[in-house]
Design a protein around this ligand. Structure first.
Ligand code: 5AD
Ligand code: SF4
Length: 443
């Protein structure tokens, strides 16, 4: 039996896509290899969001050269955003690649492998297939995610927003939503396989708009969440990512209202400065963002928030950074993902004046992260004494411990036995740290 090994870089959508590919390969008789050295087909599902992410992929690929040299019949392929961005150019950096496929062409891989000559020229598939303008295909039944307690489902892909710094719209194309019935049937098959927590994925899930769904009945995404909420065996529902400019009151109202909707939201702020938000093309300002946060917390007082922050966007000065720090202090996010701005090909920001030096970006990043670390720690410490519901996912940090997540997405470690795995259990928190909480099972 032929064996494959997939490495995934970047976002959750790549994780989902890698699972889909694994399912498609399994359907063609492939089995998973334990590592690169056992595989007949090595696939790297890549990311290009920042230059560092791209560099990491290239250096990982270069490290595969000895394997290919030893075994010329080995097939090494790349997919995902960097493959889409580079296309044929990829061969200039990594000449021993056999396959280069953009995210829109993933489903074609198993068939291509049947005829691909690992010693011959590379097969390059980028852009969308002629008939895939509609929607990404569902995960095949029996895909690798089918028995997981927590699973992802892609509901839409692509982005129409063209934020000035972001390469995604050029690589993942325009927004395409999957039909409601396909998503529901994928959810049903996951749930019947034991899945209890579903995270809906898309670059901008709030603008979910499948063909043929009447928009007069309210936002399609609200309808999708309500439909999923009706599955009795589903315990938790999450979604990511949302754009702050598209948060209709109907969606805000679902927090605290839907049984399954977990009290956590990732809402990328990017910057606290109105001037920079405008230059980024984000189409909201501080006041608008704060208004949405206030309304969300009114709907769900326990809502945990996370966000993305970019420091050193072209033209950002000390005052802009102050405004970002001020927003972090005011909103008090549970956690943040913070990045140094990085030029990406084709984007508007790459051509903007006022580039910030790398050392200065690093200094600003340090300031942002230090402030956030303190806020995260304060929030996590405040959990002490509270009893939370934990979905137990596996062994904990230390021997004899189990670990899981709260609805608010905090990792909790507690003494417990493996038979708790897959259960929702009450845990009384004793202490909070920057990255996790520690507690005792309530019997
Ligand atoms: N430079 C730095 N960070 C970026 N992001 C997207 N593009 C860039 C870039 N060019 C960040 C944004 C986005 C997250 C996924 O990655 O914060 O929300
Ligand atoms: Fe990129 Fe902006 Fe689209 Fe998010 S909303 S994927 S940051 S262009």
């Amino acid at each position: 039996m032929k064996q494959y090994f997939i490495s995934t870089f970047g976002c959750q959508m790549n994780v989902y896509d890698s699972g889909r590919l694994a399912g498609l390969l399994a359907a063609k008789g492939w089995s998973p290899a334990g590592g690169n050295d056992k595989a007949d087909f090595i696939f790297l599902n890549t990311c290009s969001i920042r230059e560092k992410a791209a560099q990491k992929v290239i250096s990982r690929l270069k490290g595969l050269k000895p394997l290919k040299k030893r075994n010329p019949d080995l097939i090494i392929g790349v997919g995902g955003c960097l493959a889409e961005q580079e296309g044929r150019e990829f061969l200039g950096k990594v000449p021993f690649l056999s396959l280069i496929t953009g995210p829109g062409r993933l489903a074609e891989i198993p068939e291509i492998l049947e005829t691909l000559d690992p010693r011959g020229p590379a097969v390059i598939l980028t852009g969308q297939t002629p008939d895939s303008e509609s929607a990404p295909e569902p995960c095949p039944a029996g895909g690798s995610a089918a028995s997981a307690l927590s699973s992802f489902i892609t509901v839409m892909e692509g982005c129409d927003n063209f934020c000035a710094y972001c390469v995604v719209p050029y690589l993942r194309g325009r927004e395409k939503s999957r039909p409601l019935k396909d998503i529901l049937s994928e959810a049903e098959s996951l749930i019947s396989g034991g899945c209890r927590e579903i995270t809906l994925l898309g670059q901008n899930v709030n603008s979910y708009a499948p063909d043929g769904l009447d928009s007069k009945k309210g936002p399609a995404f609200v309808r999708l969440l309500k439909e999923l909420d009706s599955y009795k065996e589903l315990w938790r529902l999450r979604f990511t990512t949302s754009h702050p400019k598209d948060f209709p009151p109907e969606l805000i109202g679902l927090f605290g209202d839907l049984r399954t909707l977990a009290p956590h939201l990732h809402l990328p702020l990017q910057s606290g400065s109105d001037r920079i938000l405008k230059a980024m093309g984000r189409r909201y300002d501080r006041a608008g963002y704060l208004k949405t946060v206030t309304a969300l917390r009114r709907a769900e007082p326990d809502l945990a928030l996370s966000t993305d922050i970019i420091v050193g966007f072209p033209g950002e000065d000390e005052r802009d950074l102050e405004m970002t720090l001020e927003m972090l202090a005011q909103v008090r996010f549970d956690s943040i993902y913070s990045f140094m701005y990085s030029d990406r090909p084709q984007t508007k920001a790459a051509l903007m004046p006022g580039k910030v030096a790398e050392t200065e970006k690093a200094r600003r990043l340090g300031q942002v992260q230090n402030l956030q670390k303190a806020v995260t720690l304060e929030i996590n410490e405040s959990y002490a004494g509270r009893t939370v519901e934990v979905l137990v996912a596996g062994p904990g940090r230390e021997k004899g411990q189990m670990s899981g997540r709260t609805g608010s997405l905090k990792t909790v470690n507690f003494p417990g036995s493996p038979d708790l795995c897959g259960r929702l259990v009450p845990v009384r928190i004793e202490s909070g740290w920057t990255a996790s909480l520690l507690g005792q099972l309530v019997s």
